[in-house]
Ligand binder design. Structure first.
Ligand code: UD1
Length: 428
C-alpha cells in the first residue's frame, strides 16, 4: 500500500487544470445503461472510482472502448447481466447508481446492498422508496437489493424526506424511461445533478428544473446515444485553493467554474485570500499572509459542501483565531480531527462541531487517511507542517484526486509517493 511523504513549509505557487468531476462522472457512466446506441464521454477523470464504475459496466456486459485521451465509447445494447456484485459495490458505494437505470430499461436489477462507511451509516432507503413509488417491487435477499417491475416504471410524485444527491440521481435516471411524468420534490440541487440531467437530455430525456428543488421528468419511450463532456470537479478545485491558501501561496486554476464554488470562494476571501475569477478560471493570491480562521456549517448545495469541510478544518488549524466547523450532512465526518491533533492541531469536538484553535505551526507525523476528503485534509496539513508527514492509506485519495502528487509538485510542493506496508482496507 503506497503512502505520501510530504516535507511541509513551502509556499505553493503555479497554475493547474482542474480534472473532470468524479461525482458527475459516476452517475453519467451509470446513465449510459439507458440508451440504445453508443454514448461517448469526454473529460472523465483518471480515478480509481471511475475505473470501478467502468469495471461494473463491463461486468454487466456493456461494450467499452477507451481512446488515449480517455474518451470512453459505451454501447449498452448487449447487456447480458443485471446484477451488480458485492465485490465491486463494497469498494464503491456509488455503484448503487446502476439500480435505477437497469430497472427502468430492463424491468429488473440486483445490486449488492451497500454497507455503511467511515463517514456514516449512509442508507439508501430513499432511493428504494422512490423506485417503489414508481411501481417497483423491492426485496432484500442474501445481501442484495432485488428490484423488479411489471412492465415499465410509472411516473410518480415523490417528496424526498432528506436531500440526497445519489437518491435524486437514481430517480432521475429511472424516471427518464418511465411511463408518464415524475416530479421529484426536495431534490438535490448539486451541479453534478444538473450535469447528469443535461447528459440525459442530450440522450433525448425530457427533464426540466434540474438545479432547483422541484424537478420534472416526462418519461420517454427510448433514449439514444450522445456525446457528452463531464463538468469540471468543483471539489478538486476547492481542495487546491485551500492547499495553496494554507501555505500563503498563489494559484491560477483553469477549467474551474466559479459559479459552482461561490460559498467556498466567499470563505476563502474571509480567510484573507484575494480572489479573481473569469468564466472558467479562478485565481487565488494569499500574498504570503497567514489565513484567518473561518467558521462553516455544511449543508446541501448551494450551502457549504460537506466534501470541503475537512480541507477547511485543516486550514483553520494554522489560522489566526478560532474557527467552528459544523457538519450536518454526515454523522461521522469529523474523524480526521484526531489525526490533525496528532500533528499539533488544537481541535475539540462538541457534538457535530469541531472547534479549531489556530496554532503557529503543525509538526509532521505519520497519519492515516480514513476517507477521501479526510485524506485531502491530512495532505494540506502535511504541506504546512514542519518536518515530514507520511499519509498512509492513500488509496482513499486515489479514488478522488487525479495525480495529486504530480499536481502538487508542479506547484512546488515536496511530496512523493512511496511504497509502504500492506494494511487492512476499510470501505468508503
Ligand atoms: C454524494 C457524493 C458525496 C457527497 C454527498 C453529499 C457522489 C458519488 N458522492 O454522496 O461525495 O459527500 O453526496 O454532498 O456523488 N441519506 C438517507 N437515505 C438515502 C440516501 C441518503 O438518509 O436513501 C442521507 C445520508 O445518510 C446523508 C444524506 O442523506 O446523511 C446525504 O447523502 P447523499 O446526498 O445521498 O450522499 P451520496 O449521494 O451518497
Amino acid at each position: 500500500m503506497d503512502n505520501l511523504a510530504i516535507r511541509g513549509g513551502r509556499r505553493l505557487e503555479g497554475r493547474l487544470k482542474v480534472s473532470g468531476a468524479k461525482n458527475a462522472a459516476l452517475p453519467i457512466l451509470a446513465a449510459t445503461l439507458l440508451p440504445e446506441g453508443t454514448t461517448t464521454l469526454r473529460n472523465l477523470p483518471h480515478l480509481h472510482d471511475v475505473t470501478t464504475m467502468i469495471d461494473l459496466l463491463g461486468c454487466l456486459g456493456v461494450q467499452l472502448t477507451i481512446d488515449e485521451k480517455l474518451a470512453v465509447e459505451i454501447d449498452a445494447t448487449t447487456i447480458a447481466n443485471r446484477r451488480a456484485p458485492y465485490d465491486l459495490v463494497k469498494t464503491m458505494r456509488a455503484s448503487i447508481l446502476v439500480l435505477g437505470p437497469l430497472l427502468a430499461r430492463f424491468g429488473e436489477a440486483q445490486v449488492s446492498f451497500p454497507g455503511g462507511c467511515a463517514i456514516g451509516s449512509r442508507p439508501v432507503d430513499l432511493h428504494l422508496k422512490g423506485l417503489q413509488a414508481m411501481g417497483a417491487t423491492i426485496t432484500i435477499e442474501d445481501g442484495y437489493i432485488h428490484a423488479t417491475t411489471d412492465g415499465r416504471l410509472r411516473g410518480a410524485d415523490i417528496a424526498m424526506e432528506t436531500v440526497t444527491v445519489g437518491g435524486t440521481e437514481n430517480l432521475l435516471m429511472a424516471a427518464a424511461l418511465a411511463d408518464g411524468t415524475t416530479v421529484i420534490r426536495n431534490a438535490a440541487r448539486e451541479p453534478e445533478v444538473v450535469d447528469l440531467a443535461q447528459c440525459l437530455n442530450a440522450m433525448g430525456a425530457k427533464i426540466s428544473g434540474a438545479g432547483q428543488s422541484v424537478v420534472t421528468i416526462e418519461g420517454v419511450e427510448r433514449l439514444h446515444g450522445c456525446e457528452y463532456s463531464v463538468m469540471p470537479d468543483r471539489i478538486e478545485a476547492g481542495t487546491y485553493l485551500v492547499a495553496v491558501a494554507a501555505t500563503g501561496g498563489k494559484i491560477r486554476l483553469d477549467e474551474a467554474l466559479p459559479e459552482h464554488l461561490e460559498v467556498v470562494l466567499d470563505k476563502l476571501r474571509e480567510a484573507g485570500a484575494d480572489i479573481t475569477v473569469g468564466k472558467n478560471w479562478i485565481e487565488l493570491d494569499m500574498g504570503g499572509r497567514c489565513p484567518k480562521a473561518v467558521s462553516i456549517t455544511t449543508a446541501p448545495y448551494p450551502g457549504f459542501p460537506t466534501d470541503m469541510q475537512a480541507q477547511f478544518t485543516a486550514l483553520n488549524t494554522i489560522a489566526e483565531g478560532v474557527g467552528r466547523v459544523t457538519e450536518t450532512v454526515f454523522e461521522n465526518r469529523l474523524i480526521q480531527t484526531h489525526e490533525l491533533n496528532r500533528m499539533g492541531a488544537a481541535i475539540q469536538i462538541e457534538g457535530n462541531t469541531a472547534i479549531v484553535t489556530g496554532q503557529k505551526s503543525l509538526k509532521g507525523a505519520p497519519v492515516m487517511a480514513s476517507d477521501l476528503r479526510a485524506s485531502a485534509s491530512l495532505v494540506i496539513a502535511g504541506l504546512v507542517a514542519s518536518g515530514e508527514t507520511i499519509v498512509d492509506r492513500i488509496y482513499h485519495i486515489d479514488r478522488g484526486y487525479e495525480c495529486i502528487e504530480e499536481k502538487l509538485q508542479s506547484l512546488g510542493a515536496d511530496i512523493r509517493r512511496q511504497p509502504g506496508k500492506v494494511v487492512a482496507g476499510d470501505i468508503t
